[in-house]
Design a protein. Structure first.
Length: 246
């Protein structure tokens, strides 16, 4: 029997004391091993780092001055030793079968470098999950994905200038480079909605989105003289759920 691949889970965290214990627990509850959990404390002023450290050797903690989510993710990538990498925000939760489902697809499709599953949203303060949406949403969110570590050598790291949309920017670059991508609807992440979500700043989101799309257009024009149209995301959807992967 071949040795199971190591998976590194990178968790950027900033003042996440209210949620980080649940987030880490959802990672450690995964059936897959070996598993490496890397928490990058991005200059928190609360007990985030202490709570992460309370997990002992199960969590690798790195502390740094506040530099933003993309810089924290890049640092986590530098520390990661796994063949596969994924990310989880410190206020979200992996579903129990997240890694098993994603790795099963990677094994079936060695030509694929990114597997991206579905996400459900829930309201903070709803411990029974009554507010969970019933259908999984396909979204270009890093926490929904499992990545071969080598793909970051092809696509590059996250742009430190984009405190929002750094994930969309990275996925855009991956699509421009025709990196192997598979989308499926199995829910792998529960995304917590609360008052401190970074994406609630709509004006900042608009600015970063405009910056991200402008950069993509400029890259495509530089390569081809015109901005080549990218394949729609529907082109990467898994044809239908396979038995045993539901």
């Amino acid at each position: 029997m071949s040795e199971e691949p190591r998976v590194s889970v990178v968790m950027p965290a900033f003042n996440a004391e209210a949620f980080i214990v649940e987030a880490i627990a959802s990672v450690l509850a995964q059936a897959h091993r070996p598993l490496e959990v890397i928490v990058v404390d991005d200059g928190s002023t609360d007990s985030t780092a202490a709570l992460a450290a309370s997990f002992g050797g199960a969590v690798r903690l790195h502390r740094q001055a506040n530099a933003g989510p993309p810089t924290a993710r890049n640092r986590g990538l530098e520390l990661a030793t796994g063949e596969f990498v994924t990310f989880l925000d410190a206020d979200d939760l992996f579903t129990p079968e997240m890694l098993v489902r994603q790795l099963a697809r990677m094994r079936r499709r060695p030509d694929i470098d990114i597997v991206l599953g579905g996400m459900r949203h829930f309201e903070d303060g709803d411990p029974d999950g009554a507010s969970l949406r019933q259908e999984g949403e396909i979204s270009l969110q890093l926490s929904c994905g499992l990545f071969r570590r080598s793909v970051f050598d092809t696509v590059g790291r996250f742009d430190p200038a984009l405190w929002q949309c750094d994930d969309w920017d990275w996925f855009m670059r991956a699509r421009e480079l025709r990196v192997g991508l598979l989308l499926h609807r199995d829910v792998v992440v529960h995304h917590r909605l609360h008052g401190a979500n970074l994406t609630r700043d709509r004006e900042a989101a608009k600015r970063y989105q405009a910056m991200m799309f402008k950069r993509s257009l400029e890259r495509r024009r530089a390569r081809n003289g015109v901005a080549a149209v990218l394949p729609p995301l529907s082109a990467f959807m898994e044809p239908e759920p396979s038995e045993g992967l539901k």
